[in-house]
Design a protein around this ligand. Structure first.
Ligand code: DAH
Length: 339
């Protein structure tokens, strides 16, 4: 038996097969029920007791070597076949799948396109920010809860360096560096220390808008936002501004649009109110203008900020925020037709 095993080992090492049928024949010859290795296992009971242990090990090694060799040969066939397909220049190019834009990119581009028709250009700012640009210059009092550890990610425990919690920080950067008139939108990613669920995430996206010039009024703000809402959600859309509070705007408001799912009749999405909130806005607080080196006696302006995921939910009726960052092809593929 020992010689038979050694012989088969050598044979296996040298094995080749030029196609799948040959390989299958080899497998049958060695490993099938009546194969050579299987019959060695059957002979095992005749091995003398004192040799059983050693023979057992040798036999198992032989079987394993045969299996491994057959698998390697099989893989090499599969690979060769793949290479051949790639190399076939006569093959039609049509089955190649075209990717699709991410739904958040689609929405972001649409928002940018709408505001560009009103004369807004795009600017961007850093995601890692300092306290001044995210909070202090924007009039946040020192004890404001948004500065709290619970909301803000600080970088390396330094209370001055943090991940921006909103894109309003870009307002400050722009006002510090440009002279009015300023008419810009700022799209970007923001971070908050929230537990991840279907309706909250530790990062999401916003688009901020800023318009600074002489004699900008609340009526201008309202007109721009009405235009935006109708372009985005259809010409029947109505808007409603509710008084609100933000440290950096005075007066401040939150804007609702008539629910575009039930058209104002009331549904689960709008919690049966007929309205859904989509953004915060207001007239830039004179203190903020001053902090950024702009004279509030000469200039005034409005600002607004909206969540891109929220707009996407309304547009595409998605309900779970996590879908936007999971990269699940089955979800993303559905937006192929959208651009
Ligand atoms: N930064 C606010 C937030 O993240 C949104 C916001 C509200 C932006 C009012 C504005 C504004 O520009 O005027 O919740």
């Amino acid at each position: 038996m020992r010689t038979k095993i050694a012989q088969l080992r050598a044979e296996i090492e040298a094995l080749t097969a030029s196609n799948a049928e040959e390989l299958e024949k080899l497998r049958i010859r060695l490993l099938s029920k009546k194969g050579e290795i299987t019959s060695l296992f059957n002979d095992f009971r005749n091995v003398a007791n004192e040799e059983k242990r050693e023979m057992g090990v040798l036999l198992n090694e032989l079987k394993q070597a045969a299996q491994e060799k057959i698998n390697t040969l099989k893989e090499s066939f599969a690979k060769r076949q793949e290479d051949n397909t790639v190399g076939d220049l006569t093959r039609s190019a049509l089955p190649l799948k075209i990717g699709s834009r991410h739904p958040l990119s689609l929405v972001k581009h649409e928002i940018a396109a709408i505001f560009s028709r009103l004369g807004f250009s795009i600017a961007e700012g850093p995601e890692i920010e300092d306290d001044w640009h995210v909070f202090t210059a924007l009039n946040f009092p020192l004890e404001h809860p948004a500065r709290d550890m619970q909301d803000t990610f600080f970088v390396e425990r330094n209370p001055d360096i943090l991940l921006r919690t909103h894109t309003s920080s870009v307002q400050v950067r722009v006002m510090e560096n440009r002279k009015p008139p300023i008419r810009l939108i700022f799209p970007g990613r923001v971070y908050r220390n929230e537990a991840i669920s279907y309706r909250a995430h530790c990062f999401f996206h916003q688009v901020e808008g800023l318009y600074i010039d002489r004699e900008v009024s609340f009526a201008d703000l309202k007109q721009a936002l009405l235009y935006f809402a109708r372009e985005m959600f259809g010409s029947e859309t109505r808007i409603r501004l509710r008084p609100s509070y933000f440290p950096f705007t005075e007066p401040s408001a939150e804007m609702d649009i008539s629910c575009n799912i039930c058209h104002g009749k009331g549904c689960a999405f709008c919690k049966h109110s007929g309205w859904v909130e989509i953004l915060g806005c207001g007239m830039v607080d004179p203190n903020v203008l001053k902090n950024c080196g702009i004279d509030p006696e000469q200039y005034s302006g409005y600002a607004f900020g909206m969540g891109v995921e929220r707009i996407a939910n309304l547009k595409y009726r998605t309900k779970d925020l996590r879908l936007f960052s999971e990269n699940d092809i089955r979800f993303l593929e559905q937006f192929r037709a959208a651009f």
